[in-house]
Design a binder for this molecule. Structure first.
Ligand SMILES: NC(=O)C1=CN([C@@H]2O[C@H](COP(=O)(O)OP(=O)(O)OC[C@H]3O[C@@H](n4cnc5c(N)ncnc54)[C@H](OP(=O)(O)O)[C@@H]3O)[C@@H](O)[C@H]2O)C=CC1
Ligand SMILES: O=C(O)C(=O)Cc1ccc(O)cc1
Length: 431
């Protein structure tokens, strides 16, 4: 398909972080973009985009929908039903509609319910945040109700992002992202909650500085510096996420009890069995995915001469969780976010160094110093799991915002250091 399809206009409903990223990229590629957010943002969006070539701001989604050939909803996952009900019936005849929300079950249900029958449905999901270069990152494309011609048009339009296209059904998408995203976030959210509960800034404590601790700290702060609704939406609304997050909390609890009870043999067997199930079939490259010299560079604090030991409950539980659910995380690489790749990288780091893993198991049994930290981590994992199981958006929001507030003084530093870290590690791991 050559160039732009005759006067084919893209509509964007929702001009938050992701909507703006799409608007900028698509307009730069030469597409006409009709965009809106809520009516009260009309003036400020007109000011921001007034002299931008190819971007036309409208007061609301009715006006965007009737003037556009391919409309992408970029709103909060929890609002998709309401917003599609509002603007769906105004969709131009024969147009294509899609959503870019992180969870597809509610999005597809909303489109089926509210869109006229002559409208095709092709959804998408960029598996990265708004400040990451989309080039080479996975972009899921879902041909839910569409002619091949219309699907090809969508693919042609979105090719300007330079992402790697992944073709899935809505339910395959939700199953995979429950693991790559929802469980990964649950682990980091729990670390943040536990540090907060113990009033610790982890970069100030010897136990938490250096090596893989830097990854944990930087990624935790990165998540807490973002919008709560993104994380709440993709966990609470994903039909598969409840089970996976529940298993993570169960694995944390089981391992913590084995540590508390001093059951060394049982702990060791369970961890090593889990490791064999998850990593056993891997043929490793010569190099570790992550290296100490690299990881040590990205600290928010000063590295102490003798860092204190750590039993890495959060990592052991992740591998146990994958093992209990029969998940091989490498099978999900097609849908991996940068965060997931780093999380898998640190678990791999631990499990590929037998001496380190043995040491971690020994510390877990013998060293009582961190029982209170681990207790808070266990409570936190259970708390997030309960929120998700009960569909408790308000509880999720309160839990998220209180810890966001605790860490907020360091978000600027953490984002700077975290961006550098992610860039360096991902460059190293893509070689
Ligand atoms: N942030 C990320 O890393 C990623 C997010 N996503 C998904 O993309 C979607 C958007 O996320 P993101 O851009 O980060 O979130 P934002 O909160 O930044 O953007 C959502 C925007 O939609 C607006 N909106 C809500 N209702 C309407 C309406 N009726 N008409 C027009 N606009 C409306 C919101 O306004 P208001 O704030 O006033 O409600 C807000 O400006 C979410 O579903 C998210 O899950 C996907 C990939 C990555
Ligand atoms: O990498 C992650 O997991 C993030 O936190 C960024 C993110 C958030 C929501 C998405 O739907 C996709 C990516």
């Amino acid at each position: 398909m050559a160039g732009k399809v005759n006067n084919f206009a893209i509509g964007l409903i929702g001009m938050g972080d992701m909507g703006k990223m799409y608007a900028n990229r698509l307009s730069e590629a030469g597409w006409r973009v009709n965009a809106c957010d809520k009516e009260d943002k009309y003036e400020s969006l007109c000011e921001e985009y007034g002299d931008r070539k190819n971007i036309y701001i409208f007061p609301n989604g009715h006006l965007v929908s009737r003037a556009s050939d391919y409309i992408i909803y970029n709103v909060e996952a929890a609002s998709i039903d309401k917003v599609a009900a509002q603007y769906g019936p105004s969709t131009k005849q024969g147009a294509i509609v899609g959503g870019q929300t992180s969870c597809k079950a509610p999005e597809i249900a909303a489109f089926e319910k509210h869109l006229p029958e002559d409208v095709d449905i092709v959804s998408c999901h960029s598996l990265h945040g708004p400040n990451v270069d989309p080039k080479g990152q996975p972009l899921v494309l879902i041909k839910h109700r569409a002619s091949q011609g219309n699907f090809d048009k969508v693919e042609h339009v979105l090719s300007c992002l330079g992402s790697t296209h992944v073709y899935l059904s809505a339910s395959q998408h939700d199953r995979i992202t429950a693991d790559t995203q929802a469980v990964t976030h649950a682990a980091f959210l729990s670390m943040g909650k536990a540090w907060h509960a113990n009033a610790q800034f982890p970069w100030e404590i010897a136990r938490y500085v250096g090596g893989i601790e830097n990854v944990k700290i930087n990624l935790t702060l990165r998540i807490y510096s973002q919008k709560w609704h993104v994380y709440a939406g993709l966990a609470i609304l994903n039909p598969y996420a409840k089970e996976q997050i529940r298993q993570y909390a169960q694995s944390v609890t089981d391992l913590y009890k084995l540590m508390l009870g001093g059951h060394r043999e049982e702990l060791e067997d369970r961890i090593k069995e889990a490791g064999a199930k998850v990593f056993g079939a891997q043929t490793w490259d010569e190099d570790l995915l992550l290296k100490d010299e690299v990881l040590d560079r990205f600290s928010l604090g000063n590295k102490p001469s003798t860092p204190l030991p750590n039993n890495h409950l959060s990592l052991l539980a992740m591998v146990d969780c994958w093992s209990q659910l029969g998940i091989v995380p490498y099978d999900h690489m097609i849908c991996s976010t940068p965060l997931f790749r780093l999380w898998l990288g640190v678990t791999e780091y631990l499990f590929r160094k037998p001496a380190l893993l043995n040491d971690v198991i020994r510390i877990a049994i013998e060293d009582n110093t961190f029982r209170s930290d681990d207790l808070e981590f266990t409570f936190a994992a259970r708390g997030w799991s309960d929120c998700v199981t009960f569909g408790d958006f308000e509880g999720y929001k309160d839990r998220f915002l209180s810890t966001q507030n605790f860490f907020k003084g360091r978000f600027e530093d953490a984002t700077r250091v975290g961006n550098e870290m992610i860039k360096t590690i991902l460059e190293n791991t893509q070689k």
